[in-house]
Every structure is written in C-alpha cells, then in structure tokens.
Ligand binder design. Sequence first.
Ligand code: NAP
Length: 247
Amino acid sequence: MNFTGKTAVVTGGSRGIGRAVCLELARGGANVVLCYAGNEAAAQETVSACEALGARALAVRCDVSDAAQVKGLMDAALQAFGAIHILVNNAGITRDSLLMLMKEEDFDAVINANLKGAFLCMKAVARTMMKQRYGRIVSLSSVVGLRGNAGQMNYAASKAGVIGLTKSMAKELASRGVTANAVAPGFIDTDMTAAMPEPAKAATLDSIPMGRLGAAADVAKAVAFLASEEAGYITGQVLAVDGGMSM
Ligand code: NAP
C-alpha cells in the first residue's frame, strides 16, 4: 500500500501491534509519529526501524488518557509534518481479575487508557481532518469487546466502547471524507498476551479455529488497509483479525 505524502499518528507504537503498524505504514512511505507511555528505548528502536525503511519518524512520550499530553502529541505531529491524515488508536493496557476481586482503580485505569485515550485522540485530530476533508481513523478493539471474557470486565467494556466511539465518529465525519473503523484482534503474540497465565493461554488457543496465535504483522496489514486511500468507502466497520475465534 502506498502512503507517500501521508502522515500517521500511531499511539502505543513502541511495542507489539503498534510497532508492527508503524513499520507497515513506513514501508508504504508514510511519515510516522508514534507515542509511548514510558518505554523510550523501545520507541526509539521503532523510529530507527521506520527510518531504515526510508520513512521519516518521530517518537513522543504521551499518556493518551491525558488531554494536554494528547494535544502535545498532535501539535508535535503537525509541527514536524504539517498534517495528520491517519490516526491509529492502538495504545492499550490490561488489569485483569474476576469481578469480585477487581479494584476500582484497575477499572478506571483500563477505561482511561483504552477508551478515554481513543476519545481524546479522535477529538484532537477531528478538526484537522475535517478541514483537509480527508482522514482515516483506525482503532484497536478486541474479540473480547465483541464477546466479553471472564476476568476482563474492565477491558471488555473499554473495547466494546471503542466500537461505539468508532461508529459514532464514522457517522459524524462521513460527509467530510473521514472514515473511522475498528480492528478486533483475537489472540496475538505480544508482551500483553505473554503476561497471561499458561492455563488461560492453552484454553484460548483451543478456541481458535486456526489453532495458532496471530502475529502483530497479521493485525498491522488489516490496519494498514483500513488506513489506506483504497478503503475510502468503508466506514463504521469492525474487522476481526482472529483466526476465526469470533465466528
Ligand atoms: P503491548 O505489547 O502491551 O503494547 C502496548 C503499547 O501501548 C506500548 O507501546 C505501550 O507503551 C503503549 N501504552 C500503554 N498505555 C499507554 C498510555 N496510557 N499512553 C500511551 N501509550 C500507552 O500491547 P499489544 O498486545 O501490542 O496491544 C496493542 C493494542 O491491541 C491494545 O489496544 C490491545 O488492547 C489490542 N489488542 C491486543 C490483543 C493481543 O492479543 N495482543 C488482542 C486484541 C486487542 P510503552 O512501551 O511505553 O509501555
């Protein structure tokens, strides 16, 4: 896919799926602005990997649940590259436990990072995208947002919420040439899933018709398609990338 002349902001681009998205967009020639929560070394490594693919890239430390920091991120992208054509809401966290054990602060932390963060980023790019009459917003939901999951009430609510944000944004901005779509990955091999206990991993693997974990690059290809010019007549959709898990 060709992203020459396009600037993309990818939240949580330092590791995992976000890193793979940055590389996929860089491979197509996009300018990439990625943000990270605290892992500067990983963020700089992603920048170097994008540059090695011939793209221009910039890493900005930004907690997406903080409106002022999100404004700083988008200002940095505009200052460096003059426009924002693509937003990928990828930053996310888990704080898993069963309802009876889930602390209120774990609920708030996940909703703030995963749902409020996506809202703040969408709000921060909306005016720019409307003015230029072009925009592609792709947000990371999850199979868990479609089906729920024991031990993940906070995460499931945040990822179902991302779908609500996406469909509403799609309706608000459709007439301005801005699309908003979500990708719902299943079980992808990243640091997030590496932290799962072995029995939970084995049970999840059993529920995947393809019988294997997905790779971050599998998700990145789908995100890149929805972020491309070619996907201009697709909006408000949720694309599962899950080896058949959500069928
Ligand atoms: P990951 O490997 O844990 O990476 C998370 C990324 O998000 C890191 O770059 C991290 O930055 C960043 N981040 C976390 N909190 C942030 C905050 N408040 N502000 C800014 N950046 C923040 O996660 P992943 O597995 O690649 O998942 C990426 C997205 O896909 C998430 O939204 C996740 O919910 C979703 N997803 C993943 C799976 C899966 O199986 N892995 C399945 C479905 C959906 P630092 O490096 O600085 O910590």
